[in-house]
Ligand binder design. Structure first.
Ligand SMILES: Cc1cc2nc3c(=O)[nH]c(=O)nc-3n(C[C@H](O)[C@H](O)[C@H](O)COP(=O)(O)OP(=O)(O)OC[C@H]3O[C@@H](n4cnc5c(N)ncnc54)[C@H](O)[C@@H]3O)c2cc1C
Length: 535
């Protein structure tokens, strides 16, 4: 993983000159004045933890598993939001942990948490490091130091129960490894977020992730039937039946707790048979409103495809559903090659499973009845091919001088148009009116009662692009709260959404969270500053 960008450096992409020209002429993008810093020149504070404490950590995790080297610290500084990457590219390592600790078992995690509570060492659980909400940079004030608790050594598939269709995993298993391990049993999780290549199962549970096939397989929190949480106060072992009426479901308290209540050390996950067949295809709708109505009809009447993604007019024009092809024909857009004709809205429907023919026929009937025009398999194939490549494109755009960031929300169907307008207006109002940003949106997670809206914004970087985006983000957060949406559908809260989350759940809700934290983490060492709204 690139330390200041996304993914495998071998897949890094240069922007074609045609796209650079468009960015320059349409958006006023100019190359940044200073080149990106090299890893060795990232500025880090000296390690704050004294030797005896580093020794005590090493006694628990093993000497080779407490690391204070420059590269280890840099690689555990922040996550992968655009402001995170901008700061790293500027050589700002101020959020680096003092040490990276890699425990090898639940017992080691529990013992480390006890030690850190006694010694007031802040602990940031670290999975794949793909948080986009500031979930990985601890507040340091009041602590002896900060450690990143990297769960990468906890990487086993522990058991598979093919009768109940439940698999038990360690939390540090990366998504592709989970799929590879399950494939040996003819099974799949069916969880494919865009961060699939690097994110871990523990991170998915901790941040309540949702993947591209959520319509078919559900969100990640739908898949968790049981889990184990190590906390400074002891261990919670939850989920002894698929459903229960035994009081409130405490599993739901752990899902989305973002490392602030404890460390997830084991996950029991519902699995499915690996699909025998997959079929992805495209449809065109005359407008986002018409496409939304069709998506709603599918969500409410069925049958739902596994993948259902509707781009708005701007996203369709730019071709973001198929990032691999952006700029490849010199047009920068989807053009006529996908049959979408560059107009209207592109919908991708993907069917997975056994005997998908019937579901495909019934869903296609609904889409056609709602005004959709079938475009055949080509747009589906292009989407599938490029489904994980947009983050690589972000790196190239950042280097070219454009800020590219995504944000998301969700709401009930009746409120979705209002939410869509509110976010767009907030972004247009907060970013440079002389060079209006490009704002694109798609729906990709649908429910009977509503859907998520996922926005991508492209805007020229000003002299302080981090502050520039912070202003835009503050305006959008306020607009989402005001328009009745949730502050996040699947990215989580972290630090970036904490205040808006407080507004969403109200003072009593926030007080409940603080009470739970006080019980599980009385010294307040776990991911301080993340998730929990202050009084
Ligand atoms: C390019 C890109 C695309 C993305 N696409 C999607 C998407 O399609 N869908 C989606 O849902 N999200 C997406 N995300 C967001 C991110 O991938 C998810 O939030 C993911 O769940 C984080 O997993 P991770 O293993 O990287 O966790 P990390 O980023 O390491 O951690 C996330 C949070 O969980 C905590 N945590 C991690 N592991 C544990 C554990 N075992 N116990 C307790 N706390 C823990 C951390 O302290 C942190 O607060 C994307 C991010 C990027 C950068």
């Amino acid at each position: 993983m690139l330390w200041s960008g996304w993914g495998d450096p071998a897949q890094a992409r240069e922007l074609p000159e045609s796209v650079r020209g468009l960015l320059r002429d349409l958006l006023g993008v100019r190359a940044p004045a200073t080149p990106a810093a090299g890893l060795e020149s990232v500025r880090l504070a000296p390690v704050a933890l004294p030797e005896p404490l580093l020794g005590a950590l090493a006694e628990i995790a093993g000497a080779g598993h407490v690391r204070t080297g420059h590269e280890d610290r840099v690689r555990h500084t922040r996550g992968k939001s655009t402001p995170d990457l901008l700061l790293m590219r500027a050589g700002d390592g101020s959020a680096a942990p003092d040490a990276v600790v890699l425990p090898g078992s639940h017992e080691e995690v529990a013992e480390l948490l006890r030690l850190c509570s006694r010694e007031r060492i802040a602990v940031v659980p670290f999975g794949g490091g793909t948080s986009v909400v500031g979930g990985l940079a601890a507040a340091r004030s009041g602590f002896t130091g900060v450690i990143a608790l990297d769960l990468g050594r906890l990487d086993r598939l522990r058991s598979v129960d093919t009768e109940s269709m439940v698999a038990e995993f360690d939390p540090g298993v990366r998504a592709p490894d989970a799929e590879r391990l399950l494939a040996g049993h003819g099974l799949t999780l069916g969880h494919f977020p865009q961060s699939y290549e690097y994110a871990t199962l523990g991170g998915f549970a901790a941040a309540r992730s949702s993947g591209q096939t959520s319509a078919g397989y559900g969100r990640f929190d739908d898949m968790v039937v049981g889990l184990t949480l190590a906390t400074p106060s002891g261990t919670l072992d939850l989920g002894r039946a698929p459903k229960s009426a035994a009081g409130p479901d405490l599993r739901q308290l752990v899902l989305g707790s973002e490392g602030a209540f404890g460390v997830i050390t084991s996950l029991r996950l519902r699995v499915r048979r690996a699909p025998a067949e997959r079929r992805y295809e495209g449809w065109r709708f005359p407008s986002f409103a018409a496409g939304s109505a069709a998506v709603r009809a599918l969500a409410q009447e069925g049958p739902l495809p596994a993948v259902l993604r509707l781009s708005d007019e701007t996203e369709t024009l730019i071709g973001l559903a198929k990032p691999d092809s952006i700029g490849s024909d010199g047009s920068g857009g989807s053009g006529a090659s996908d049959g979408a004709g560059g107009s209207g809205c592109l919908l991708i429907a993907g069917y997975e499973g056994a005997a998908i023919g019937q579901r495909h026929a019934a869903a296609s009937g609904v889409l056609a009845r709602m005004g959709g025009e079938p475009l055949g398999p080509e747009p589906g194939r292009a989407w599938e091919h490029g489904r994980f490549s947009a983050p690589y494109l972000r790196d190239s755009l950042l280097a070219a001088g454009a800020t590219v960031e995504t944000l998301e929300t969700a709401g009930f169907w009746a409120n979705l148009p209002r939410l869509y307008d509110a976010v767009r207006l907030a972004l247009l109002g907060a970013l440079d009116p002389a060079h209006p940003p490009l704002v694109m949106c798609h729906i990709s997670h649908v429910y009977e009662t509503g859907a998520s809206l996922y926005f991508t914004v492209v805007t020229p970087q000003d002299a302080d692009p981090v502050a520039q985006w912070e202003r835009a983000k503050t305006a959008v957060n306020a607009a989402i709260v005001e328009a009745g949406g949730t502050i996040t559908h699947h990215h989580g809260v972290g630090r970036d959404h904490r205040d808006a989350y407080g507004a969403e759940i109200g003072p009593l809700g926030a007080a409940v969270l603080r009470a739970v934290k006080a019980e599980l983490d009385p010294a307040g060492i776990l991911n301080p500053g993340a998730l929990i709204p202050p009084p």
